[in-house]
Design a protein around this ligand. Structure first.
Ligand code: ZN
Ligand code: ZN
Length: 685
């Protein structure tokens, strides 16, 4: 390196900061020591600033100790570096050294850093003391100091003080307004955010990309589609080239408002999508149950060379969970390990959830056990997994461990209790369920909601206490929802209580005239009781209202390819082999004592359910393909979009015994693990 003047060296130090290069920084420092006899104070400050910003506090403090007269620039550099790197308590330590030992006064650069630290540590008392000092030193009218004080008041929960400050500010810049809008969103007051935006426009303000993003967040949180669309129009009209961050905000907003097509349109319009853009698009698809599109987007992102982040990986895992894509999920798990994000708590929780929803509870447990730390989401995923598989005892044991885990106990949420209660209802654990429900408010301070009541009705109904379940509904302090009456109707069908069933159905139809499932249930129940006319009436009503049930289909993954079947499907390339397999199974099942469930078929409205066709139900076709193509010893996994029918359920039990294999069917309600002529649901689903 040639001999450089101190000013040129200072420029080099600055570029080490801007390029985040400790190497360049240290090399320059060495050069300074070599070429200069003594370190000029301004260069020492530059170096302290550099080390502090690069998160290397030790050399920064060494330089400080060698500086006989540190000034406000020296200390502000230390404080700013600490805040930038998230060491908020250190920022205050440097501040107190500066005041106590060196009697140095803070300036308009010091205050914003300190306010930021108080906001991050959520300590309003210190924030207020700092504000008093700023007033005393006449910095309170400085627009940057005032704006950061306002931000501190908002973030430490002192909303009134914050608004008072805002009103008293002699001058406001765009940062001030942006702070007002985004803090309103953070406080969950989207309406206030919108009002602030309008006042800002009235005051003649020109919004920038930060304003737009904050406003879009407000619209997304309140799912105010109309307002967000207006802003989108405003952005287009303003004609300025929108920042990629605004595009990302729009994707997020449209995704949350269930306008995933608009989100995709915005995404396609972004010239250079960044990591956040891809991530927002994937999340938007996942939120709107478009799992396949989410996965395709992820693959495209990988093709573009995008490194998977913890956020992307957890979104993609949710997509895998949504389509029960176990092998795909395993692939993403591998990717998470490769990208070193598998220890992240969100990724870990998403893995627990994915394995549970894809039917591999053992993998779920393994991930759960290996996680270095767990939060509420992790516990909910594990307990939800057990509930889904009907393991009430394990769900309750986990719940116990979660809530009584000593100093690492986690407070259960609304969702946790829904999982625990649904586990109890699926396993017929009446007493435990009643106990947990009874303790909800007293022990955990959670007011039971519609979902909890639905679980309880289901619990009582399944256990045959249908009248008690009805009494329970009548005593509910909140209005019963579709799921509550639906649970009662289901119980009435299973236990043959048509009269009570009709009460449930009447309430259901009042709440939702268009749900096909309820109509089918009621009609089945009436036919079973021999009340054919009424059953026909229900069917007619279904037609009148124009209810169409989506076609039932089942899917199975064979060698990374997904095969989808509908009932009576003959379009598969291996149809001949499938038909031969079905015929062979029919013979063997008959020999083992299987009788097709004609009763069941007779009552149902579904085309799929007719007697002659029960053999060609979609799940049986998928199973036949699985038996042909999946080698022995590997469990066969089938997913169905409707509930598995009674005939298929008993047929698969027989088949599991005949072929000696584990068959796992996930229907739209739960998992069925078939093995040795038995199912894990104990015929209760
Ligand atoms: Zn079936
Ligand atoms: Zn079952």
């Amino acid at each position: 390196m040639p001999f450089l003047q101190p000013n040129a060296l200072a420029t080099l130090v600055e570029s080490a900061v801007s390029t985040h290069s400790p190497r360049l920084g240290r090399a320059t420092h060495a050069q300074i020591i070599k070429t200069l006899l003594s370190l000029p104070p301004f260069l020492s400050n530059h170096l302290i600033n550099m080390y502090s910003k690069l998160d290397l506090p030790t050399p920064a403090l060494t330089l400080l100790s060698q500086n006989p007269n540190p000034n406000v620039v020296t200390f502000t550099a230390l404080i700013a570096g600490s805040v930038q790197n998230g060491h908020f308590p250190s920022a205050f330590l440097h501040f107190s050294t500066m005041r106590r030992v060196n009697s140095v006064q803070p300036n308009d650069f010091t205050f914003p850093c300190l306010f930021k630290a108080s906001a991050a540590l959520r300590i309003p008392v210190t924030g207020k003391q700092l504000h008093a000092l700023a007033v005393k030193l006449s910095f309170s009218s400085d627009v940057f100091v005032a704006c950061s004080a306002f931000d501190m008041y908002s973030k430490t929960g002192l909303r009134e003080d914050a608004l008072k400050m805002f009103d008293e500010m002699p001058q406001r810049n765009i940062a001030t307004w942006n702070a007002l809008i985004s803090n309103s969103v953070l406080a969950g007051r989207s309406f206030d955010a919108v009002r602030a935006f309008i006042s800002f426009r009235r005051a003649g303000g020109e919004p920038n990309s930060i304003t737009f993003c904050a406003f879009l967040n407000a619209c997304a949180d309140s799912t105010d589609l109309r307002l967000g669309c207006q802003l989108h129009g405003f952005i287009i009209r303003s004609g300025s080239e929108p920042d990629v961050s605004v595009g990302n905000g729009l994707i997020d907003f449209y995704g949350k408002c269930h306008r995933v097509d608009s989100a995709a349109m915005v995404f396609d319009g972004i010239v250079k999508p960044n990591s956040v853009s891809w991530c927002s698009m994937i999340a938007a698809y996942v939120q709107n149950d478009e799992e396949e599109k989410a996965l395709v987007t992820f693959l495209n992102a990988r093709k573009e060379g995008l490194e998977p982040t913890d956020f992307i990986v957890s979104s993609v895992l949710s997509a895998c969970a949504g389509i029960a894509g176990l092998e795909l999920g395993r692939g993403v798990h591998g990717l998470a390990v490769k990208s070193c994000v598998e220890e992240n708590i969100y990724v870990g929780s998403a893995l627990v959830d994915m394995y549970g929803k894809c039917g591999s509870i053992r993998d779920s447990e393994q991930v759960f056990d290996e996680m270095p730390e767990r939060n509420l989401i992790t516990w909910n995923a594990m307990i939800g997994g057990y509930a889904h598989h009907g393991h009430a005892d394990l769900a309750l044991a986990s719940f116990q461990e979660m809530t009584c885990g000593g100093n690492c106990a986690v407070l259960p949420s609304y969702v946790t209790l829904v999982c625990v209660l649904s586990a109890c209802s699926r396993a017929g654990a009446v007493e435990e369920g009643m106990r947990v429900f009874g303790g909800m408010k007293v022990q955990y301070g959670i007011e039971p909601g519609a979902e909890h009541y639905a679980c309880m009705v289901d619990l009582l109904g399944r256990a045959g206490m249908v009248e008690r379940a009805y009494e329970f509904i009548k005593e509910m302090p909140i209005r019963p929802t579709v799921s509550v009456w639906g649970a009662l109707l289901g119980a009435c069908r299973v236990h043959g209580k048509p009269q009570l069933g009709q009460i449930a159905a009447a309430n259901l139809f009042e709440l939702d005239r268009h749900d096909s499932g309820n109509h089918v249930l009621l009609s089945n129940m009436l036919s079973a009781a021999g009340r054919w006319e009424e059953a026909t009436e229900v069917r007619k009503e279904m037609k009148d209202v124009g209810i169409k049930k989506g076609p039932g289909c089942s899917w199975i993954t064979v060698k990374n390819a997904v095969h989808v079947f509908q009932a009576k499907d003959t379009s598969h390339e291996m149809n001949i082999e499938i038909q031969a397999m079905l015929a062979k199974l029919r013979r063997e099942m008959k020999a083992a004592g299987y009788v097709p469930n004609t009763n069941f078929a007779l009552y149902d409205l579904e085309e799929e359910e007719k007697e002659t066709e029960v053999l060609f139900h979609s799940e049986k076709l998928a199973l036949a393909l699985g038996l042909i193509c999946i080698p022995p010893g590997i469990p066969i996994r089938i997913t169905k979009n409707l509930r598995v029918c009674g005939d298929c359920h008993s047929a698969i039990k027989f088949i599991s015994g005949i072929v000696g294999r584990e068959i796992i069917v996930r229907d739209n309600n739960r998992f069925h693990h078939f093995r040795d002529n038995q199912c894990s649901c104990r015929d209760y689903w």
